[in-house]
Design a protein around this ligand. Sequence first.
Ligand SMILES: C[S@@+](CC[C@H](N)C(=O)[O-])C[C@H]1O[C@@H](n2cnc3c(N)ncnc32)[C@H](O)[C@@H]1O
Length: 214
Amino acid sequence: MNWRRLFSRKPGARLTPELRARIQTSFDEAARDEEHFPSTIDPRIYHVKLIHEHLGNLAGRRVLDVGCGKGRFARVFQEQEPRAELWGLDISEEMLRYVPAGIRTRAGAMTDLPFEDAFFDGAYATESLEHAVEIEKAVSEICRVVKPGGRIAIIDKNAEHWGRLHTPEWEKWFTRKELERLLRRDCREVSSRFVSYWEDVEPDGLFLAWLAVK
Ligand SMILES: C[S@@+](CC[C@H](N)C(=O)[O-])C[C@H]1O[C@@H](n2cnc3c(N)ncnc32)[C@H](O)[C@@H]1O
């Protein structure tokens, strides 16, 4: 029995209004912690490069950063391609205050995205889906707001390494198969791979990237 995997599964977890408020308050407070929740990221970090590579040419494209926090990924993409139309969605308005001008922001939960179907050319979520609680709903929402043929990238932590870091009680990590299965409900091409922060460093298995084409 793999106990770590067992404990990382929270079947039927619900994002009740109370839990939502708790998560929101926790991230509102965390926004002041620039060390652990930074507003910038080195563009050479592989997570950034892989997402950009998967999304492709961003010129004239409308892209959503789901659970964007302070918008550090969107900030890089906007700098790299000023003709891109970047949007950031986060449950914490305090986090959104740090998102640079030029990136459109919306406060809200990724389980109920305030956008019409197929509004975006692409979407990505980095270390945020793990906080969504209602994971199936969040994945289906991300897929819903992306156009057919649009691209989706998710980077999160591997359930097989559950216990390696301190986590709040609502957090959930995923196995490769688990998220692949959810993405396949709406996407025609789905793959996953281990990633590390630096391209030339062998991944240690903690981070996974799921890449999909709707
Ligand atoms: C660890 S931070 C990652 C932020 C950003 N993606 C990054 O990589 O810098 C997780 C973010 O997810 C947001 N979040 C948590 N639950 C959410 C939900 N249900 N819907 C939208 N955002 C959520 C938090 O407010 C927080 O900003």
